[in-house]
Design a protein around this ligand. Structure first.
Ligand code: T1G
Length: 710
């Protein structure tokens, strides 16, 4: 039995046909796959020998969904995009029962394919899901219509609106799967098919018993919409997904599919979807380093050590332990070590209380964290992450000691957020093994890991850390060794403008609200209070001698710090905080600002939220352009991913560089020129921004054409 498409093969196991999709790496439903399956269905339907059929994927997974790379052809009108919908009806109407056999993932169109089969079996390790909202779309091949018929309304709404994967056990319990098969999936599925051959093949679209009543469903949809507005603030796709599942409970199947199709198309043409598809491929692209080829040998990381058990050190130790890597946690004295361990236990207890981790998991992980005084045991580890106080002299002492006690070939990483990797590396005899691994606070939660390349850092060390990032559940982005690297270097101008805006008369709440409404997870001033205003204040004092005294600098935060207002940690900063660290406005601050700005002679004016957003976001973009042209980031996408996973930039805007591209670099450039005329040198446009704007080009098209600058 042969099919014309080489992406689909059909074989026979006695009276059972097996259709295998073979489109590596993830069996996406690329052109040729739906057509191949449709052809296979026709062939086996006509073959009297065949009593039933199994549909499965070759390689590591079932089907990861529609081919995302093809979406552009749908929005350009080159492809209809409804091929899948027609195939699913053909599958459902096939006179021979079809069994979908799932391993790895059945996501998006992959689950829709499986739900059009008459039965679904899976390996216990498999996952199913409708993650389309993460691409700014909704299921487009009747997923919102068939899923509630199998799993019930509440489960279907949760899966389609949130997009989280569901493990096989839960999928079986909710009615999506009919059986779990241990061991050889193909053999188990063929055996299952034999058992159901000749029996009536239930069509999912005709199973209405789980669709509930409008009265029963109303609170489900109400809660789901509230959750979507809170958790996926600013996004349209989650709300569209809820509407489509609701349509399934109110309309006949065909009508519900039309409703879904219209909402799907609306979302697919949205800016939100373009941004999130940019993020999807961006997350994968940042792992590719032009001058560090895929086959670069990796160094083993079987055991690690962390120097310093403070907030960052403790969090980093949890990250290694959570990934199953035994980790030494070192401190200078017992009280400091006890404080660090108590912090770790508290963090784990919080995660258990919130249901994110189990007691069992925590118990096992705590066993992997080995407290130690000094550098005892360091001769056995493969990697060390230094997380001591942010001072160059102290870090150099630590690295000199590590150079003495660690065996050859150990990766010596520093968690510094501002200091030069090269200067730290020079305190060792092995600078090629020194690298920056800049975690973000809280390290056991934040997904970003800025990996900082030093001038001598070897490709093996870089490749190993990029790979390790994935194992640690982080998104690793390689950056160059400049002051503040990429994230913090851009954050400086962003927070500078926020302070200037307050000093010029914009209210504290107004500045934070404008950026919050723009989609930032938190306003710039409240973020300062969370991180601690004193962190920046100490760094500014350390670098004061390097600053040009003729250039305007914000003064408000320095003055707040001189009053001991460091933010949440001191109960007061821009806002004041109660015991639960809940913020409230503090009338004392506007009064102080009035006194300070009058003394400094800063004219006060009414400032629009548009100006607030443009000044803060374009400050990011302008500095990002400088970083790109200087080669401290490989691609604009890398900057976008850094801001999404490290600084709470809204994913549905794609990141600061993507956002600027969508606004149009000519508009951004003109706005920056306007600020330059109004506010002076700090707003000098980056040459790359000027160049690309004048050429009508974009940041995403810009290639530095060389490795990350060291
Ligand atoms: N389309 C095109 N390419 C894809 C793809 C897809 N659906 N999924 C993965 N790739 C590429 C990816 O870019 C990478 O390429 C390589 O495959 C390996 O991926 C009709 C409209 C399945 C969990 O959202 O979540 O169906 O970088 O590195 O870590 O209603 O890939 O090597 O060149 O991620 O093992 C819905 C997306 C689509 C799932 C595997 N489906 N994929 O993770 O490998 S919309 C999704 C994933 C849809 C229907 C709608 C993950 C994975 P490269 P990888 P992985």
């Amino acid at each position: 039995m042969t099919v014309t498409s080489n992406l689909v093969q059909v074989s026979k196991d006695g009276e059972i046909a097996v259709i295998t999709i073979n489109n590596p790496p993830v069996n996406a439903l690329s052109p040729g796959v739906p057509e191949g399956i449709a052809e296979a269905i026709e062939i086996l339907a006509a073959d009297s020998q065949v009593k039933a059929a199994v549909l499965m994927g070759a390689g590591k997974t079932f089907v990861a969904g529609a081919d995302i790379k093809e979406f552009g052809k749908i929005t350009s009108g080159e492809r209809r995009g409804s091929e899948l919908v027609e195939l699913l009806l053909k599958m459902e109407d096939c006179p021979k029962p079809l069994v979908a056999a799932i391993h790895g993932t059945a996501f998006g169109g992959g689950l829709e394919l499986a739900m059009a089969a008459h039965y679904r079996v899976a390996n216990p390790g498999a996952q199913v899901g409708q993650p389309e909202v993460r691409l700014g779309i909704i299921p487009g091949a009747a997923g919102t219509q068939r899923l509630p018929r199998l799993a019930g309304v509440a489960k279907a709404v949760e899966m389609c609106a949130e997009g989280n994967p569901v493990k096989a056990g839960e999928a079986l319990a909710s009615g999506i799967l009919d059986r779990l098969i241990d061991g050889d999936l193909r053999a188990g599925a063929v055996e299952f098919a034999r058992q159901i051959a000749g029996k009536p093949a239930p069509k999912t679209r005709e199973r209405n018993e789980k669709l509930g009543t409008p009265e029963h469903n109303a609170p489900i949809f109400r809660t789901a919409r509230q959750n979507a507005r809170n958790k996926q603030r600013g996004m349209i796709a989650p709300l569209a997904a809820i509407d489509a599942v609701e349509a399934a409970t109110l309309m006949p199947f065909e009508q519900g599919c039309d409703f879904e199709r219209n909402r799907f198309t609306e979302c697919l043409f949205s800016e939100e979807s373009k941004a999130l598809i940019h993020v999807f491929f961006g997350e994968r692209e940042v792992a590719k380093i032009p001058d560090v080829p895929k086959e670069t040998p990796l160094l083993p990381v079987r055991a690690a050590a962390v120097v310093g058990a403070g907030t960052m050190g403790g969090g980093i130790a949890m990250v290694f332990a959570n990934a199953g890597i035994p980790v030494l946690l070192a401190e200078v004295d017992q009280p400091a070590l006890d404080r660090g361990l108590a912090n770790i236990r508290r963090n784990y207890a919080n995660s258990v209380r919130k249901g994110r981790l189990t007691e069992q998991f925590v118990h096992e992980r705590l066993k992997l964290i080995q407290p130690t005084l000094g550098f005892d045991g360091f001769s056995t580890v493969d990697m060390v992450v230094e997380a001591v106080f942010e001072g160059m002299e102290l870090k150099k002492q630590v690295f000199a000691e590590l150079d003495r006690v660690c065996k050859p070939g150990v990766i010596l990483a520093t968690n510094t957020s501002t200091l030069s990797i090269d200067e730290i590396a020079r305190s060792t005899s092995r600078p090629e093994f020194v690298i920056g691994t800049h975690f973000f606070s809280p390290a056991n939660v934040m997904r970003l890991l800025e990996i900082v390349r030093g001038r001598e850092t070897s490709k093996e060390v870089i490749a190993t850390c990029m790979q390790l990032a994935k194992k640690l559940g982080k998104v690793g982005v390689l950056v160059g060794n400049c002051r503040g690297f990429v994230g913090n270097r851009m954050f400086g101008p962003y927070r500078r403008e926020a302070q200037f805006l307050v000093e010029e008369g914009a209210g504290i709440e107004a500045v934070d609200k404008a950026l919050f409404d723009f989609g930032m997870a938190m306003g710039p001033l409240a973020t300062g209070d969370l991180a601690g205003l004193d962190v920046g204040w100490r760094i500014r004092k350390e670098y004061r001698h390097l600053e040009d005294p003729h250039v305007r600098r914000p003064f408000a935060e320095d003055k707040l710090c001189e009053l001991g207002r460091f933010g949440q940690k001191t109960g007061a900063g821009w806002y004041r905080y109660d015991e639960q660290r809940r913020a409230e406005s503090d009338p004392a601050v506007p009064a102080l600002l009035k006194e300070w700005t009058e003394k400094a002679g800063v004219p006060q004016r009414v400032i629009s939220s548009d100006e607030i957003v443009d000044r803060c976001i374009y400050a990011l973009v302008n500095e990002g352009a400088r970083i790109l042209e200087q080669g401290y980031a490989l691609r604009a996408t890398d900057i976008d991913i850094i801001y999404l996973y490290g600084y709470g930039f809204p994913s549905y805007r794609g990141g600061p560089m993507w956002y600027a591209d969508r606004v149009g670099l000519d508009k951004v450039y003109n706005r920056v020129c306007g600020f330059h005329r109004q506010f002076g040198a700090l707003w000098e446009p980056a040459p790359l921004l000027e160049q690309l704007a004048s050429q009508g080009k974009t940041f995403s098209g810009f290639q530095t054409g060389r490795g990350v600058a060291a």
